[in-house]
Design a protein around this ligand. Sequence first.
Ligand SMILES: Cc1ncc(COP(=O)(O)O)c(C=O)c1O
Length: 394
Amino acid sequence: MVRLIQFYSPRGLKLSRAENQYVWDFDGRKYIDCHTQYGSLFLGHRNPRIITAIKDQLDKIYGAYPAFDTEAKEKALESLSKILPRKLEYVYMLNGGGEAVELSLKTARKLTGRKKFISFINAFHGRTMGALSVTWNPKYREGYDPFPWDVRFLPYNKVEEVEREVDNETAGVIVEVIQGEGGLNEASIEFLKAIREACDRTGAQMIIDEVQTGFGRTGYLWAHQIANIEPDILVAGKAIGGGFPVSLAAIKSELGEKLKEGDHGSTFGVNPLACSALTASIQVLLEENVVEKTASIGRVFRESLESIKGEFGEVVREVKGRGLMLGIETRFEPTPILKLLQDNGVIALRAGRLVLRFLPPYMITLQDIQHITEALKRALSQVKEEKITAKTSS
Ligand SMILES: Cc1ncc(COP(=O)(O)O)c(C=O)c1O
């Protein structure tokens, strides 16, 4: 019997079906999904417009190498021009976030001729070898060295370090606007601007990885807009295909026009099904005011978490994140809370060692937030009580 390699610790839940912000298990129990496949189902499970687009495409043509033109590819490019930063005129679609990070790093390496990269402590950019070389967590890196290139990990949000370390030998600086896997740490505007300035000064390429923060998740179309800057290369993934596997690297014209045949490629990149999902997702995003709705419901969710922090200060240290990329930093490892939440019908996930993270779809309602808040309070009370009992009996 073939078995799946356990790269992830099992959640003990077998899912049978899903709709919008909800999933059901095989016993018919309903859960609010705040995991959403690491945020990729931001437009909801089985979004009807995405289903229709993919079904229509299945009936026309669902496989074509990027060397061929298809209507799906043309429409995806046309749609992308509505949402990508103005100067990023070259784009390539791939399958997962890590692959798009690879393309961004390869582009910076090749077109600058330099080998040094700057990344940050707690950064996560994926697990393929190039992406892993700029991913910080020793747990993921151990045993896989040597890594390509000379990567320096600087402290996040330390402007002086950026000013000192980014130099004329730096190919690129890769940064997340909110570190997702690293614990929902937010970049300051000052820090993002300092990276932009250091890259302008030295000719290094600023790569912003919005695989998790992009496509409306933080209440902005792109999270970096908060700093009023533009990257040289933008990486996106997860939500952009409405749950269908698609990612992209968008590259500024001066670099993009120098990339040529053979520099990169992928059998399934730019495939018609992914392109149709991408186009439909952009339509949903723009026509259904997803960004605005996320900003407004995200504020309500954040307020609820703030009030929980007030009530459970012994357990909750801080509320973190923006839009619908939110979490609470706990004073101890939050896995028991995660488990209790799941028992109470809410699926969430961790971020870093101490953060309990919520990545719900944009259509989450006030009622859902109330349900999550109550489930969280119940879980926190139980955990708090268990800690007190353990303390008094020891
Ligand atoms: C910021 C960031 N970059 C890259 C990746 C890698 O994406 P994927 O798992 O689709 O390869 C992730 C995944 O969590 C991510 O959060």
